[in-house]
Design a protein around this ligand. Structure first.
Ligand SMILES: Nc1ncnc2c1ncn2[C@@H]1O[C@H](COP(=O)(O)OP(=O)(O)OP(=O)(O)O)[C@@H](O)[C@H]1O
Length: 455
């Protein structure tokens, strides 16, 4: 039982949800727009269930306010399947999870349970700072495709050195896994691995979080606080979404890396630290130089070695391995026994382009396993719109009498082309907005428009 703030502008749907949540023992406050939900934010709320598209803005506006006020409740975004890309982007703002509409009641209960359960809640609500000690092992899949082999070669190569590594890749590709693997294969493996999601740190608190502060150095500094640099001493500090750090903090970080000393806020002494930094980004940091958002000297300092994590759609034969792994994991977590996937499910998985990469695959599989009572998962357990989009696309692609299914690459490309066309239409052909919605930069969008002959 928790106090839930439900933000949903569709009054009929919000009434149904409200009833459902109350029936399951929760206390519910309903708001219908950004403005009124921001007014209702306070720390008595234990969870926010947030619609993405709202009349006077988007759920991200509410989320931003949650961050600014340094509130720590888990937030779950509800989104249409077409907005999955944005939902995935929201995950980087510290959203606990997302659920696609139409909302399936069992899936909603599962996500609520996860979000409100102790361990995971801590990760979701503490500004995403995680400290792992030596004996913690994490199960993961390596993959045998060419891009995966190359990825692991690079990990093996750089791990034993003390070089700073910049890990780049689309959202959800496994950048944190890469960072963790480097740590575990390094001579620092028996020291802490501290992971910080810079995207969720409030501007005011980022410096104190990283470097610590002494009591009384600013309002709210009630006791001395050790920074994460000190917590990670001897080990590895993983700075996810490094592009989000403010300019001031970037200067301090550069100093810490160059001189291997930090200065807690308000302190006049310097503290020596021995920390290897691994940073990650899914933005084009290089593009941030010209806009003055990211310091070039820091970029070169953190990028002694660069690793690019491949997108799931480029990992070819690994798809099946990942699917089997996530199915097994979901079976265990949800006490199910899914042993087969129908041919249709496999074909849809292959044809879809997975903008949210491994994270999205894992979510879709968890939902599928939850909704499968027997041993074979059918396409009915996948989000309707995903099935529809792929089937429509197939019909459109296959010429009459053409018995051969199109290959994965051409399917993904055609899917991408259609998506770009749809988004352009939605944003009235404003290319900057389209790039924003598609979560790519303008240059990439222009290249794609060229490639697909869209004028
Ligand atoms: N090699 C792997 N084997 C199994 N699961 C993986 C692997 N890599 C990543 N995952 C899973 O995929 C999800 C996304 O991974 P991770 O958080 O490392 O991605 P990321 O690229 O850092 O995401 P973001 O861009 O949002 O920071 C996680 O839930 C993780 O469990």
């Amino acid at each position: 039982m928790a106090k839930i703030l439900l933000v949903e502008d569709d009054t009929t749907f919000s009434a149904i949800l409200e009833g459902f949540l109350k029936k399951n023992g929760h206390e519910v406050e309903v708001r219908y727009n950004v403005k009124s939900s921001i007014k209702s934010l306070d720390d008595s709320i234990q969870l926010i269930l947030l619609d993405y598209r709202l009349g006077d803005g988007t759920g991200l506006d509410v989320l931003q306010e949650v961050r600014i006020r340094d509130l720590h409740m888990p937030v779950i975004i509800m989104t249409s399947f077409n907005d999955v890309r944005t939902a995935v982007k929201a995950m980087r703002l510290g959203v606990f999870d997302y659920i696609t509409k139409p909302v399936n009641p069992d899936e909603l209960l599962m996500i609520l349970k996860d979000a409100l359960s102790g361990d995971k809640q801590e990760v979701a609500t503490t500004g995403k700072i995680k400290k792992t000690n030596k004996n913690e092992t994490v199960a993961f899949v390596k993959g045998t495709s060419q891009p995966s082999k190359k990825l692991h070669e690079y990990i093996d190569l750089v791990a034993p050195t003390d070089m700073s590594v910049l890990v780049r890749g689309e959202s959800g590709t496994g950048k944190e896994y890469v960072a963790r693997s480097i740590h575990l294969k390094s001579k620092r493996a028996d020291k802490p691995f501290v992971s910080i999601d810079c995207g969720t740190l409030s501007k005011e608190l980022a410096a104190s979080e990283l470097f610590g502060h002494i009591k009384g150095s600013f309002t709210g500094a009630l006791t001395d606080k050790k920074g994460q640099f000190e917590e990670a001493d001897g080990g590895t500090l993983f700075l996810d979404e490094i592009g989000n750090l403010s300019y001031d903090v970037q200067i301090k970080l550069l100093r810490a890396l160059q001189e291997r000393v930090i200065q807690p806020i308000g302190a006049n002494k310097l503290i020596k630290v021995d920390v290897r930094v691994i940073a990650a980004t899914n933005d084009d940091l290089l593009g941030s130089f010209s806009s003055g958002n990211f310091r070039e000297d820091l970029y070169h300092r953190i990028n002694e070695f660069e690793i690019i994590v491949p997108a799931l759609r480029d990992r070819g034969s690994d798809m099946d391995t990942f699917v089997d792994f996530f199915v097994k994991q979901a079976n265990q977590e949800l006490n199910r026994n899914v042993t087969h996937l129908s041919d249709e499910v496999r074909a849809i998985f292959k044809a879809y382009d997975w903008p949210g990469n491994l994270r999205e695959l894992k979510n879709v599989i968890k939902r599928m396993v939850l909704l499968t009572a027997g041993d074979t998962a059918e396409a009915t357990a996948l989000p309707d719109e995903m099935v529809l989009a792929i089937n429509q696309h197939k019909k459109h692609k296959q010429a009459p009498g053409d018995a051969l299914a199109p290959d994965l690459k051409s399917q993904s490309e055609a899917h991408e082309r259609q998506l770009i066309l749809d988004v352009l239409q939605q944003v009235k052909y404003n290319k900057s907005k389209a790039a924003q919605v598609l979560n790519i930069d303008r240059k990439t969008l222009y290249n794609k428009l060229d490639k697909y002959g869209i004028s």
